[in-house]
Design a protein around this ligand. Structure first.
Ligand code: PMP
Length: 416
């Protein structure tokens, strides 16, 4: 495994050359959305300049090229996460992928007496869709608590998990592979195996929105039936996400949205549906975005996902002690880099996260302040908001120092 050469990587990202408030941009908000390398921008431009047409319908050369580009992107994504391409559905984002599963899977497969097991650590995208279908479907939603204090703070309460699973009633288990707030990496494969051992009919859904961009992903090894993620957090464009799953399960599910592309035949009396994955891709899909995501996958594969992870662990080895050494700063979540990703939430005694974010922005440092769309977890941390610095392939050790300097500057600003 090669370590990343950050200076070379940075040259691939044009936006990193710009200044903010007269200072070099220090972008520490990649958990919200990542920046895009030139290769992704070029691939999308090239597609529009050379091959733009609608997919799967035309017989002309451009239509064939566009279809090939779109389906190539599907193949690249499938290889990147080791999934069957027939089970790779392009959606608008991770959120839409969860909605497909809520309406087409949970609403039909679960009913009275069944438990949908989730966790207190989930992003709203992996909470709200299930809550929307629950009243109609009648299943019960239970949540694995997150440990708030002590050495295991920010991890799932596995005793509570075992107790719920032992009922044998868990029919759908959904969990994030990596928390977007506290960075926790969950032992997904182990949890999935335990759920399946207690109920062989259980389906396992994994939120990969934070893990797929940062960790090597192997859908088979995860023991998951479905994996949801977004292109824009992994160097790709906005407007495209992925629902990856077992083709036979997708086959059994009714469509989510109806319209063109997803049909086999339509009469005025009724419709038969296309095969998967097309059954779940109603209407003209995000073609240029798929091409961009394919280029992002190529870029990440060339870096090597093991190297991406090693780079982020190396950054964590700097950032965690550095933050802990600032007086008044508390870092949330796992303390050992091996158990966490590089989304790092922290509190500064006496200061509101929004004030911290605003003053840090004046120093050129972009961090996120708020509830990070995970209100139940942030509430558990004892606050309505946290400040979050999140790192990616283009962040350097110098930027860790810039973060620390900006926190110190913020503290000075408020005690003036
Ligand atoms: N899950 C997690 C863990 C996330 O961090 C996010 C994005 N913040 C999502 C789901 C939803 O992603 P999107 O907004 O792209 O649909």
């Amino acid at each position: 495994m090669d370590a990343l050469d950050v200076e070379t990587v940075r040259k691939d990202f044009p936006i990193l050359e710009r200044q903010v408030h007269g200072r070099p941009l220090v972008y520490l908000d990649s958990a919200a959305t990542s920046q895009k390398p030139q290769a992704v921008l070029d691939a999308m431009d090239r597609y529009y300049e050379q091959s733009n047409a609608n997919v799967h319908r035309g017989v002309h050369a451009l239509a064939e090229e566009a279809t090939e580009a779109y389906e190539n992107a599907r193949g690249k994504v499938a290889r990147f996460i080791r999934a069957d391409p027939r089970g790779v559905v392009f959606t608008k984002n991770a959120t839409e992928a969860f909605n497909v599963l809520a309406y087409s899977l949970a609403a039909n497969r679960l009913g009275d007496g069944d438990i949908l097991l989730s966790t207190q650590m989930e992003h709203h995208a992996n909470l709200v869709p299930w809550q929307l279908v629950q009243p109609r479907a009648g299943f019960e939603i239970r949540y694995i608590p997150v440990i708030a204090l002590g050495p295991d703070a920010g991890t799932l309460d596995l005793d509570a998990f075992d107790e719920i699973v032992a009922t044998g009633r868990v029919k759908l288990f959904t969990v994030t592979a990596m928390s977007n707030v506290v960075g926790t990496i969950n032992p997904v494969a182990d949890l999935a195996a335990r759920v399946r051992a207690a109920n062989s009919e259980a389906v396992v859904v994994v939120d990969g929105a934070q893990s797929v961009p940062h960790l090597p992903t192997d859908l088979l090894a995860l023991e998951a039936d479905f994996l949801c993620f977004s292109g824009h957090k992994m160097l790709g464009p906005t407007g495209i996400g992925v629902l990856a799953g077992k083709p036979e399960l997708l086959d059994d599910m009714p469509p989510f949205l109806g319209g063109g592309e997803m049909i086999a035949n339509v009469t005025l009396e009724g419709t038969t549906f296309n095969e998967v994955p097309y059954k779940f891709e109603a209407g003209t899909p995000p073609i240029a975005e798929a091409v961009g995501l394919g280029a992002a996958v190529d870029y990440l594969s060339a870096l090597g996902m093991e190297s991406v992870r090693a780079h982020e662990v190396a950054l964590l080895e700097h950032v965690l002690p550095a933050l802990n050494s600032v007086e008044g700063v508390t870092v949330h979540g796992p303390t050992d880099p091996s158990g966490r990703g590089a989304a790092v939430s922290f509190a500064v005694e006496g200061l509101h996260p929004h004030d911290i974010g605003t003053i840090m922005d004046r120093e050129g440092v972009a961090v996120r302040a708020g509830h990070h769309c995970a209100k139940p977890l942030v509430r558990l941390l004892g606050s309505a908001a946290t400040t979050r610095a999140s790192f990616y392939v283009y962040n350097s050790v110098d930027e860790v120092q810039a973060l620390i300097d900006a926190i110190e500057a913020t503290k000075r600003f408020f005690v003036r």
